[in-house]
Design a protein around this ligand. Structure first.
Ligand code: KG4
Ligand code: ZN
Length: 340
């Protein structure tokens, strides 16, 4: 195998167009173009997302190569997200990756977005990597899962949400509060100044290691409607406390199940991944668990939590080392499990 190995990663599964270059596991560039267009609709509009990807993909890839200070002819392989995600969005990145790999006559590598969120922990950046087996709590806008990882590409889902994802719980709660999409980061921001015990919300009773968040959303909605009948300015006057209470409840639900997973498996190496792992409360609680519960925790850098191509490129690199390439006729998969 010829070193250095340069992998271009391309991510276009939802509303972020991203390209990254990784050299022997180290990130040289990680360019992300966010799509502002969706905010006014309160959520991602698939048709608009694919159009924006179409406009962004070439300049974003060019910028990633420029920042990495390499020419496309130095690339060893092109890795791309083949699912899960929005069909129209996935098609843009996939078609581009195929054409580029074909034109440069280099391997094409398909990457499972859910595996990539977890494997972002294997980026070479000086932080310790989780040893096998470890447990990862993957929390994003589309998924909430507890995954046991016994090897880079051998994963098992121990539990997952039976309805909304945790990111949706944040975003839908934020919407009820009149905050713009995506509201997760805003709830986090206001919660910093609030009292997490101000308004107790009950936690759902769900069997095993599964989660449920739809009941919480309804409970918040009814609670706010009731309070607003008494005081129309309730949300405005109590925004920080409401956000802190919502965030506290959500993080409690996550921590309860993680503790259960540790108890059942005996594994104490715990990682988090996905957009919601940017949340300051879950990061703090996990750090505390090192001392309080004797866990060893792995918290990704902020830039590798929400959707990014560096995680696609590192997964591509790990597959490249195994010569696990994709066929040029490979199809995108809007639905794809972390175990596939
Ligand atoms: O992984 P991601 O970028 O996209 C998906 O694959 O879904 O996750 C996006 C989700 C959104 O729901 C967003 O509100 C949430 O991550 N999020 C946060 C925070 N930052 C992003 N939720 C809570 N606190 C944050 N700081
Ligand atoms: Zn994601």
């Amino acid at each position: 195998m010829k070193h250095p190995i340069y992998i271009l990663g391309i991510e276009s599964s939802c509303d972020d167009t991203s390209a990254a270059v990784i050299c022997d596991g180290k990130v040289l560039s990680n360019v992300i173009a966010n799509q502002e267009v969706h905010a006014q609709y309160g959520g991602v509009v698939p048709e608009l997302a694919s159009r924006a990807h179409q406009q962004n993909i070439v300049p974003v890839v060019q910028q990633a190569l420029n920042q990495a200070n390499i020419s496309k002819n130095q690339l060893s392989a092109v890795a791309f997200t083949n699912g899960p995600g929005l069909m129209g969005s996935l098609l843009v990145g996939t078609s581009f990756a195929k054409s580029l790999a074909l034109g440069l006559d280099i391997p094409l590598i398909d990457v499972n977005h859910m595996q990539a969120h977890i494997l972002a922990h294997f980026i070479e950046n000086g932080s310790p990597k989780p040893p096998f087996p470890f447990i990862c709590l993957t929390i994003s806008g589309g998924h909430t899962q507890i995954v046991k990882i016994t090897d880079e590409f051998s994963m098992e889902i121990l539990g997952e949400t039976i309805d909304d994802a945790v990111g949706e719980a944040f975003d839908k709660s934020a919407k009820i509060l009149g905050l713009p999409y995506p509201g997760g980061p805003l709830i986090d921001k206001y919660a910093q100044l609030g009292n997490p015990k101000a308004f107790p919300f009950s936690k759902p009773q769900v069997a095993n290691l599964n989660f449920s968040f739809s009941g919480l959303k309804t409970a918040i909605l009814y609670f706010l409607q009731k309070e607003q009948q008494k005081n129309p300015l309730f949300i405005k006057e109590n925004l920080n406390d409401i956000c802190a209470s919502i965030q506290y409840t959500i993080v409690e639900i996550l921590m309860d199940k993680l503790k259960k997973a540790v108890k059942e498996t005996g594994i104490k190496h715990i990682a988090i991944a996905g957009g919601v792992s940017a949340n300051s409360e879950i990061r703090k609680r996990l750090q505390n668990a090192e001392k309080q519960l004797c866990w060893k925790t792995y918290i990704p850098k902020f830039e590798y939590t929400t959707d990014n191509a560096a995680m696609i490129a590192i997964t591509g690199y790990l597959k490249y080392l195994r010569k696990d390439y994709a066929d040029i006729s490979t199809a995108v998969k809007a639905r794809l499990k972390v175990t596939e």
